[in-house]
Design a protein around this ligand. Structure first.
Ligand code: DGP
Length: 139
């Protein structure tokens, strides 16, 4: 079994060592724009606990992450003017997981139209603007 790496990218984002375009935060969760989005408005929701994937998730953090996801999906629907949001979570490298800190993808797109995530970062100004719009909708 793979060990949780405290220096994975998302752990560093939680600690503020790496910048992110924050959308939502509470004591147990953090949500931010995916820097290599599969669709415009792609958000990641993560727990502030050391969990590699679903089987490591404590019950209370699961509830917290899904509660945050519910709020964010509502904001995405308003800001992006679309109903369809793909909620995706990959558990394990064989499933395609590339960052080993549990995360839910909230992707405004159609499942059959989603390719691999981009290999280059999206425009930072656009990500910042989308994050600001989503935060405003969540306030
Ligand atoms: P997965 O393949 O399910 O492990 O998804 C990892 C996602 O994380 C992928 O969509 C790209 C995104 N990502 C990778 N590095 C960073 C980063 O430094 N910042 C942000 N905001 N997203 C990242």
């Amino acid at each position: 079994m793979q060990q949780y790496d405290r220096n994975n990218i998302f752990a560093r984002i939680i600690r503020g060592e790496i910048p992110s375009h924050k959308v939502y935060e509470d004591t147990q969760t953090l949500a931010f724009m995916d820097v290599m989005p599969q669709a415009r408005g792609h958000v990641l929701v993560i727990p502030k606990c050391e969990a590699l994937e679903l089987t490591d998730m404590p019950q209370d953090y699961l509830v917290a992450v899904f509660s945050a996801a519910k709020k964010i999906i509502g904001a995405q629907r308003k800001v992006l003017h679309r109903d369809g949001i793909v909620q995706l979570q990959l558990s394990g490298e064989q499933a395609g997981q590339s960052v080993f800190h549990y995360h839910i993808h909230l992707i405004p797109g159609h499942i059959h139209e989603l390719g691999k995530h981009e290999s280059v970062a999206a425009d930072q100004a656009e990500l910042a603007q989308l994050a600001a719009q989503l935060r405003a909708e969540l306030d």
